[in-house]
Design a protein around this ligand. Structure first.
Ligand code: ZN
Length: 250
């Protein structure tokens, strides 16, 4: 089982990191994909180690951290390193960061270009910006762009559009929330385009909602998907692991 979106390298885990990682391995995780927030994430990611888990860095600048011009040379150099499996997280966030929309769009397009040129998947963050996000992806798609819409919470139609543009759907704790409606939408989309994720330390699934999230809870998302699709947990694990391995080439 793979947590395809986890900020395990942040200080939210400083106090009990070894125990968190033991629980992740005990829950069946083998790999953790680590989207970055900014260039400072790199050093923190390099410190990650556990004897039963593999850690995969992702290079990018989070849209909420785009406040001006990006150091494009430093970012491109990092994203090109061999151990970096993807570009991101990039995208648009009109909820937390509505005053820097033009800078976010420019940064998002730069990340699309890096992903194409470096032949690595792109991890997308999208909040209240679905229309612009999908439009930019369609414009930037030249046949080489692939990736994942992390924390998918769109409509069935938007999910199908993303898939049609070459993007997978990252399914996290929100699918377990009552009244969010994401579970119903997800159940109408193809499971072979889905990836498991936590977005830890954020967005804990039920029954941990509101508390710190951690990679072991990937299994709770898998349990929810198995119920939605009428498959066994082992089938969901195998399907999503295969999809993640193919996308990230790990
Ligand atoms: Zn994230």
């Amino acid at each position: 089982m793979i947590d395809t979106h986890c900020h395990i390298y942040t200080d939210a885990f400083d106090e009990d990191l070894p125990a968190v990682l033991d629980r992740a391995a005990d829950a069946g995780l083998t790999d953790i994909i680590m989207p970055s927030i900014d260039l400072n994430s790199r050093a923190a990611m390099q410190r990650m180690y556990h004897d039963r888990l593999r850690f995969h860095p992702v290079a990018g600048i989070h849209p909420c951290d785009v406040k001006g011009p990006t150091d494009e040379i430093a970012l491109w150099k990092w994203a090109g390193e061999d151990d970096v499996v993807a570009v991101g997280e990039s995208g648009l966030d009109y909820y937390w960061s509505s005053e820097h929309i033009s800078e976010q769009k420019a940064s998002f397009r730069f990340h699309c270009r890096m992903a194409r040129e470096l032949d690595k998947p792109l991890i997308i963050h999208n909040r209240e910006s679905t229309h612009d996000m999908l439009q930019i992806l369609r414009e930037e798609q030249d046949g080489r762009l692939r990736g994942v819409w992390h924390c998918f919470n769109g409509s069935v139609e938007e999910g199908l559009q993303a898939i049609d543009t070459g993007f997978h759907l990252g399914i996290g704790g929100v699918v377990t929330f009552k009244n969010a409606g994401v579970d119903k939408t997800v159940s109408m989309l193809p499971p072979d385009w889905m990836l498991l994720e936590t977005d830890a330390p954020y967005l804990s699934p039920v029954p941990h909602r509101g508390k710190r999230n951690e990679p072991a809870y990937t299994a709770l998302v898998a349990v929810k998907l198995s119920a939605l699709f009428g498959k066994t947990l082992a089938e969901i694990d195998a399907l999503t692991t295969e999809t993640a391995k193919n996308l990230f080439r790990i």
